[in-house]
Design a protein around this ligand. Structure first.
Ligand code: HEC
Ligand code: HEC
Length: 350
């Protein structure tokens, strides 16, 4: 059986809410732009940020190469047992909470989010954390753990961090089905092949730190309508999961998750949010994306002990939010930037 809801975009409740939302947002945005011109941007108190904004947000042409990866057509899923596994894997990734959430029918081991909340269109979207090159690039030595990691372990990591939950049985039918689907998604992709849009977009660094205060204003005008006053999202009526997933709080990803690095979050948001945005049709400036990411990742969320992460500090990402680091820059600067000085210092050292 194919899923009856191919993508969330066709969800009528959501799109009508979105339309209502956009109307409200348009109104709010109009109001806010008036107040901005009158009293400057919130929390900055200077005019410098405005000139920086134009500088960092010079529109560069966004184009998708003709040979860019596209998710294979579900009509090409084979019949028989293998095809069943692929379809089951897709279902689990799209509706993870139904099976593994707080009311999960298979196990109650995660926070109520779906893998698809961040791996959009069941991992089929450009710049939406797609699965195109996942299987072909594993097993590989993880920079974070320093260990050789097989695909099932990488899946388990997203359960533990992004779904702030527990490791599922990696030999069980469910994880195997997810792997079957991910392998099918990567059909024809070779190890080491460079793919356009297979991870979050790396937004250019700003020459100043991302500002949670300004991000809060972005959140209020462009995100709150779906993700809630307190980032708590909107649950399904039977509370088996979310229509709009939480961005912070007890039921969101923990601080060991990939999204807790603001470069990942900003790149994701720029290309995918508000829901419906794409690489070719982004809704936020780079600066808005960095700031809203800084705001979201300043809010409370579950903590994960990360003492054993990043054994090798030389490969630790510059925006890893917790020390120790291989350099003398503060945790604050590693979390919010400015990042360029850190990059330059690292380059000089090596
Ligand atoms: C129209 C409703 C809507 C608006 C507005 C919206 N989102 Fe989302 N957002 C969604 C939906 C729906 C998903 C889950 C997508 C899926 O499962 O396919 C999502 C997922 C996310 C995720 C990944 C999952 C999670 O919970 O962490 C992030 C991060 C996110 N949104 C951030 C934002 C930000 C920042 C804004 C404002 C700039 C925003 N969203 C505006 C509907 C919305
Ligand atoms: C809150 C957002 C979020 C959710 C929910 C989430 N992931 Fe992820 N996942 C990410 C991000 C961001 C990355 C890439 C950055 C990184 O490696 O940390 C990633 C990376 C991965 C990768 C590695 C991809 C590659 O090409 O190396 C796999 C596989 C994966 N996730 C599977 C899952 C599965 C399975 C689930 C559900 C059980 C899930 N993720 C839920 C955010 C999320």
């Amino acid at each position: 059986m194919l899923s009856k809801r191919p993508t969330l975009k066709t969800d009528s409740t959501r799109s009508s809410r979105y339309r209502a939302g956009s109307f409200l947002l348009g109104f709010l945005a109009a109001l806010m732009s008036i107040s901005f011109t009158m009293c400057g941007s919130p929390g900055s108190g200077n005019t410098e940020t405005d000139s920086l904004q134009t500088k960092t947000d010079q529109p560069k042409e966004r184009k998708i190469p003709a040979d860019a990866w596209q998710a294979p057509d579900t009509a090409t899923i084979p019949t028989g047992e293998q095809g069943e596994m692929i379809r089951y894997g897709k279902e689990l990734l799209a509706h993870t909470s139904k099976y593994f959430g707080p009311k999960g029918t298979i196990g109650k081991i995660s926070n109520g989010m779906n893998c698809q909340n961040c791996h959009l269109d069941a991992g089929g979207k450009l710049f939406g954390n797609n699965y195109a090159s996942f299987i072909s690039s594993y097993p590989k030595v993880s920079n974070r753990s320093g260990k050789l990691t097989v695909p099932s372990v990488r899946i388990a990591e997203c359960f533990e961090r992004s779904l702030a939950g527990k490791v599922p049985d990696t030999t069980g039918k469910e994880v195997q089905a997810m792997l079957a689907y991910m392998k099918w998604m990567g059909t024809g992709i070779k190890k080491g092949q460079k793919l356009f849009g297979n991870a979050s977009e790396k937004l250019p660094y700003m020459d100043h730190a991302a500002d949670p205060e300004q991000g809060k204003a972005v959140y209020i005008s462009k995100c709150k309508v779906c993700h809630g006053n307190n980032g708590e999202g909107i649950q399904l009526a039977d509370k088996s999961g979310y229509t709009y997933p939480p961005l912070w709080g007890d039921h969101s990803y923990n601080d060991g998750a990939g999204m807790y690095r603001i470069s990942n979050l900003a790149g994701f948001v720029k290309n995918n949010m508000p829901f419906g945005a794409t690489y070719l049709n982004p809704q936020l400036s780079d600066e808005e994306a960095w700031n809203v990411a800084a705001f979201i990742n300043s809010q409370p969320r579950p903590h994960r002990d990360q003492q054993h992460d990043w054994a090798n500090l030389d490969v630790k990402p510059i925006d890893a939010p917790f020390g120790p680091y291989a350099d003398g820059y503060s945790e604050e600067q590693h979390k919010f930037g400015p990042f360029q000085p850190i990059v330059d210092a690292k380059r000089k050292k090596s």
